[in-house]
Every structure is written in C-alpha cells, then in structure tokens.
Design a protein around this ligand. Structure first.
Ligand SMILES: Cc1cc2nc3c(=O)[nH]c(=O)nc-3n(C[C@H](O)[C@H](O)[C@H](O)COP(=O)(O)OP(=O)(O)OC[C@H]3O[C@@H](n4cnc5c(N)ncnc54)[C@H](O)[C@@H]3O)c2cc1C
Length: 379
C-alpha cells in the first residue's frame, strides 16, 4: 500500500497482521452452501477481532476509524490471501447509504448484524432490461393505504438467496420521468410474494440470484430517503463502489498477483514474462490511484470521474493476472482434479475474472465516462 502511515496506524497494521497470521488457506468447497457457511464463519471471526467495519461509528459496531485504517485491513487481508468478505455488498456499498438515509434505531438494528454477517444484505438494481441504463427500470412500487405494493423482477443480485435484507430501486413515478421517478426501499427478504431463484455461473458457484416480486406488501417505513429520490440513494451506493469497494478489490488482486509471481517464478519464456510484467505494471498504476482514493476519502471529498479509470484498471489487472496464470498452468488447467485445489482455484478465479468488466458498470460504460467526463468528448 502506497501510503505513509503514522505510528498509530503502523500499530493498527500490526494488530491486523496478528489476525491474518493465524489464518489458514481456504479449503475447497463442495457446494455454494458450503462456501457460504465458510465465508460467514470467517466474517464472524473478522468481526470478533474488531476488523469487519472499522470505519463505521462505534455505536453501530464499527471502530470509528478512517479510510486509511479501512485500507490497511483490506491490504493485509489481500496480502494474506484471506477469504473474501461475503457481506461486502452490505458493508461496502449499502451501509454508506444507510448511514445517510436510515434513522438511528434502524442503524442500531441493522449495522451490527451486517458486520457480523448474521444478516446478509443484497442490492437489487439490475433488471433483465435495465443494467447499464438503470433509468429504464420497470419494477413498480404503488402506494397502498398501509404502504407500498411491489411488482416486477430483478436479476444478478449478489448472494440474494442468502439475504435477510435487501435494498431495492423501484419506479414510483412514470416511465418517462426516468431517474426522477425512482424510489429506494429496504425490506425483509422473507416478505410474502418475494421469490428468489439462484443463478449458477460458469464457475459452478450460485453466487447471485434473480428475484420476482408478486404483489409484495411493504410497510410505509420501507421507503429509504424521499419519495422519487431513489436515484440519490443509488448515487451514494455507486460512489461507495468507487471508494471502499475499489480499495478492497485492488487489495484482493495484489494478493493474487503475488500468487502469480510465485507461479511464474521459474518461467523463462520471454512472452509469458512480458505478460507477468504487464500485470505487475497495471497493478502498480492501480495502487497509485487507490492511494489517491484513500487520500481523497481521508479529506472527506468525493472520488470524481477518475473512478472510471480505476474500474478499467481493476478489470485489466484481474483479467491479465488470471489469464497469465492459466497460460502458466497449461493444459493441466483443463483437467484439474478436485485434489489439485491450487489449480482448481486459479481456474475458478480465471472464469470469475470475466465478470470484472461487467459488474459495477461495464468497461464500455467506463470508457464512455472517460471520454465524456475526463476527455470532454461529445456524448
Ligand atoms: C458478478 C456480478 C455481480 C453483480 N451483482 C449485482 C448486484 O448485486 N445487484 C445488481 O443490481 N446488479 C448486479 N450485477 C449486474 C451488473 O450491474 C450489470 O450486469 C451491469 O450493470 C451491466 O448490465 P447488463 O448485464 O444488463 O448489460 P447491458 O446493460 O445490457 O449491456 C450489454 C452490453 O452493451 C454494452 N452497452 C450498454 N450500454 C452501452 C452504452 N451506452 N455505450 C456503450 N456500450 C453499452 C455493455 O457495455 C455490454 O457490453 C452484477 C453483475 C455481475 C457480473
């Protein structure tokens, strides 16, 4: 991590290292349920050590620390190649919006159980015909005497089949109002009328789900923020994806790059070595930008359009690391036996890396942003 730390922050880093030094490698999982249970246990362990949500206020289960300490935790978990944090959608993306829009009772009820992974949260934005262009979403929320009635469908919702709570964007105005006619709702995923069907990806894991809403009755208090201002809630979450989540993801990739260096240590093929160098240089560029993000957040400022460059780099680094790893492993990757857990993990992460240019806004959308907001090109 390219940040100069104070003595206090160095002491905090030592505390995190004491935690990570006790970690054992993640075992191979027989099923998504097994993987889920393992990751929940890991997160509870992380939370017991006071490291799951260090930047949250203490009254809601955090440590009241700042973005630098958050980055230290991510960095050390990445170096230790620790299991991934299962409730990252909740902790990194949804919690920042709750901290703005939820009331103190809601925060006290939700956040500690989110940090401990006792309750998983899911984000329900994307629909079959509304992904890159969220303003065209069609899931509807209609007023009723008691609150709201939801009808529609969402898709690609990470870990939704295990979620206790979800944050939904739904249309409360007309289709023509685009982003102005959208509202945000938070509710219990066990509410009658909600059907969650998990979707298996090519990695074999069913890590996300599609969700159907059939006359789902929500109480008045499910509305988060003002009516018709769901776009503002979504913007807080998208900003968080550019901040905390980008910091976490880059640290995971730094750990994977170390693994790639070990895998390729004895390789003498100049072309492969060139590719390893490419991944390393892209990671260095990413690290510099992430240091800039941490400093921006430390100053209480928002990460600007540069975040599109970070997202592009994250995708480039991820796909380069895992495709080079597969080149190094060679044909053995095609026939990895379950007992060859190391190879199997590289193959799984290679397959997953295809998603890195899609989630959180596709590479094409990021390039549009770079063109329009950084280079000033016409729309
Ligand atoms: C691993 C993973 C986890 C996810 N988790 C969640 C989640 O928890 N919650 C959630 O709500 N969603 C989630 N998503 C969905 C994700 O946000 C969408 O997949 C993404 O926004 C793209 O939308 P889409 O799939 O509908 O593709 P589309 O928007 O249909 O895009 C299809 C293709 O067209 C291109 N395209 C579209 N518009 C433009 C344009 N204006 N200019 C140039 N090219 C364009 C895109 O780049 C893409 O190549 C997840 C996705 C993945 C892969």
């Amino acid at each position: 991590m390219r940040l100069r730390l104070s003595d206090q922050q160095e002491a905090f880093r030592a505390e995190v290292q004491a935690f990570t030094s006790g970690l054992t490698p993640e075992p191979r999982h027989e099923s998504t349920d097994d993987q889920f249970k393992f990751l929940v246990t890991f997160e509870q362990h992380l939370n017991d050590a006071g490291l799951a949500a260090v930047a949250w206020p203490t009254e809601y289960g955090g440590r009241g620390l700042g973005p630098v300490e958050y980055a230290i935790v991510c960095d050390e978990l990445g170096r230790a190649r620790a299991p991934e944090v299962i409730n990252f959608v909740g902790i990194d993306v949804i919690a920042p919006a709750l901290l703005v829009y939820a009331d103190p009772e809601q925060l006290a009820a939700w956040l500690p159980r989110m940090a401990s992974a006792d309750e998983i949260w899911c984000q329900m934005f994307s629909e079959p015909d509304a992904g890159s262009d969220l303003t065209s979403l069609r899931t509807r929320a209609e007023r009723t005497p008691q609150g709201w009635r939801i009808n529609g469908q969402k898709v690609w919702s990470t870990w939704a089949q295990y979620a206790t709570w979800g944050l939904l964007l739904a249309r409360t105005g007309t289709q023509e109002e685009r982003h102005r006619g959208i509202s945000a709702f938070v509710f219990d995923m066990a509410t009658p009328g909600i059907e969650v069907r998990s979707l298996q990806t090519m990695t074999g894991s069913a890590e996300f789900a599609e969700i159907f809403f059939d006359n789902v009755e929500l109480p008045e208090g499910a509305l988060m923020g003002e009516l018709g201002h769901g776009w503002d809630v979504a913007q807080v979450m998208l900003t968080a994806e550019r901040g905390p989540y980008a910091i976490r993801r880059s640290a995971v990739l730094r750990g994977a790059l170390t693994g790639l260096h070990q895998l390729g240590a004895n390789n003498t093929d100049p072309l492969t070595r060139q590719r390893i160098a490419e991944a390393t240089i892209a990671m260095e560029l990413l690290d510099l930008r992430i240091a800039d993000v941490v400093t921006t957040l430390e100053r209480n400022e928002q990460v600007g359009p540069d975040s599109a460059l970070i997202k592009l780099l994250l995708g480039q680094v991820e796909q380069t690391i895992f495709s080079v790893a597969l080149e190094l492993i060679g044909p053995r990757a095609m026939a990895a036996e379950p007992e060859d857990a190391g190879t199997e993990a590289w193959v799984e992460r290679y397959l997953y890396s295809r998603a890195s240019t899609i989630y959180g806004g596709t590479q094409q959308i990021q390039r549009n942003l770079v063109g329009e907001r950084i280079l000033g090109l016409p729309r």
